[in-house]
Design a protein around this ligand. Structure first.
Ligand code: NAD
Length: 331
C-alpha cells in the first residue's frame, strides 16, 4: 500500500490538531503519514499532539509557513497539504491586522508556490464562512461573492482567492472548504464557547456582545474534520465546499445553553459594547458537499455542548495556563 504523506499546517491548533489526531487515530485511514508544521504562536499547543506523538508516520516541525526555504524543503517531501495555519481570532484582527495579512495571505501564497514548484498533489485550503460577509436571511451557496467585513475575514478571503487562482492559472489541485463556527475540546479559551465555559467554571461573569442577537451556525469539530477528509479524498480540483452544522443559534441562545450546562444563571452575564463591525448572521448552504460527497453533520448540538463543557471541566491543567493570554482579565 502506498503511503500518502500529508503536510498539516497549523496542526498544533484547535482544528488542525483534531484533524491530525483523527488521521493517525484508530479510525483514521491506514495509508497516511502526517507532518505537522506549526509556528506555535499563542494559539498553538504541543500538548494537543501528545496522543499521536509516538505514532508511526507522525512528525512535528516547528516553523513558519511564511519561510520559503523551510516550506520548500518540507513540501518536496510530501504528497498533499491540508492547510489550517492562520491567525484565527476576529477580535485580535481588529486590534492589529499585520499578522493576519502575513500568515493568512503571504503564508498561503508561500505554500502554494512551493506546491507548484514541487509538483504537489492535492492542496486543501481550510477557509471560513466569514469570507461571505453577513446575510440577513437564507444561506450562501459557494457561488456567492466574497464580501468580508473584519480584517480576519478579509485575509481569509484573500487567501481563498489566491489559492483558487493557482488552480485556474497553473492547474494546481486546490480544494477550498468554508466552514461555519466550530466548537469542541481543545479550543483556545479566547473564543466564545471556551471563554464562557472557563469563566463560568471559575464562578466569573461572562461578557455578551451588543444585544446578543448575532447568529452563528455551530458545527462540532468531528463533523468539520469528517467534511475535510471527504474533500481531501473525494472532492474535485478547483472546487469550493461549504461545511455547516445545521445549528443556527443567536449568541443569547448559545449563552443560555452554556449557563445551563455550567449550572449558572443569567446574573452571570454582562452585556458589553458590541464588537466593531460585528457581522449579524452567518449561514452556509452546504448542499453541495452533502450531494456530492455524502456529508451530513452528525453531532447533535446539546450533546456536543455537554461533552465540550465536560471536557473543560475535567481538563483544567490544559486551559488554566492559557487564561492570561486569552485576555480574560479584559472581559
Ligand atoms: P487556531 O488559532 O486554534 O490554530 C491556528 C494554528 O496555526 C496554531 O497552532 C498556530 O500556532 C498556527 N500558526 C499561526 N501562524 C502560523 C504561521 N505563520 N506558521 C505556522 N503556523 C502558524 O485556529 P483554528 O480555530 O484551529 O482554525 C484553523 C483553521 O480553520 C484556520 O485557517 C481558520 O481560519 C479556519 N476556520 C476556523 C473556524 C473556527 O470556528 N475555529 C471556522 C472555520 C474555519
Amino acid at each position: 500500500m502506498t503511503t500518502t504523506r500529508i503536510l498539516v499546517t497549523g496542526g498544533a491548533g484547535f482544528i488542525g490538531s483534531h484533524y491530525a489526531r483523527t488521521l493517525l487515530g484508530p479510525d483514521g485511514p491506514p495509508d497516511v503519514a502526517v507532518t505537522v508544521l506549526d509556528k506555535l504562536t499563542y494559539a498553538g499547543n504541543p500538548a494537543n499532539l501528545d496522543e499521536i506523538r509516538d505514532s508511526d508516520g507522525f512528525a512535528f516541525v516547528r516553523g513558519d509557513i511564511c519561510d520559503p526555504e523551510l516550506v520548500g524543503r518540507l513540501v518536496s517531501d510530501h504528497d498533499q497539504i491540508v492547510h489550517f495555519a492562520a491567525e484565527s481570532h476576529v477580535d485580535r484582527s481588529i486590534l492589529g491586522a499585520d499578522a493576519f495579512v502575513r500568515t493568512n495571505v503571504l503564508g498561503t501564497q508561500t505554500l502554494l508556490d512551493a506546491a507548484l514548484r514541487h509538483g504537489l498533489g492535492t492542496f486543501v485550503h481550510i477557509s471560513s464562512d466569514e469570507v461571505y460577509g453577513s446575510i440577513p436571511e437564507g444561506s450562501w451557496p459557494e457561488t456567492d461573492p466574497l464580501l468580508p467585513n473584519s480584517p480576519y475575514a478579509a485575509s481569509k478571503a484573500a487567501s481563498d482567492l489566491i489559492a483558487l487562482a493557482y488552480h485556474r492559472t497553473h492547474g494546481l489541485d486546490v480544494r477550498v472548504t468554508r466552514c461555519s463556527n466550530n466548537y469542541g475540546h481543545h479550543q483556545f479559551p479566547e473564543k466564545v464557547i471556551p471563554l464562557f465555559v472557563t469563566r463560568l467554571l471559575d464562578g466569573q461573569p461572562v461578557p455578551l456582545y451588543g444585544d446578543g442577537l448575532n447568529v452563528r451556525d455551530w458545527v462540532h469539530i468531528d463533523d468539520h474534520v469528517r467534511g475535510i477528509e471527504l474533500v481531501r479524498t473525494g472532492g474535485r480540483p478547483g472546487e469550493i465546499y461549504n461545511i455547516g452544522g445545521d445549528n443556527e443559534l443567536s449568541n443569547r441562545e448559545l449563552t443560555g445553553l452554556l449557563l445551563d450546562e455550567c449550572g449558572a444563571d443569567w446574573d452571570m452575564v454582562t452585556y458589553v459594547e458590541d464588537r466593531k463591525g460585528h457581522d449579524r448572521r452567518y449561514s452556509v448552504d452546504f448542499s453541495k458537499i452533502r450531494d456530492e460527497l455524502g456529508y451530513v453533520p452528525r453531532k447533535e448540538l446539546a450533546a456536543g455542548v455537554a461533552e465540550t463543557v465536560d471536557w473543560y471541566r475535567t481538563h483544567r491543567p490544559w486551559w488554566e495556563p492559557l487564561v492570561p493570554e486569552a485576555g480574560r482579565q479584559a472581559a
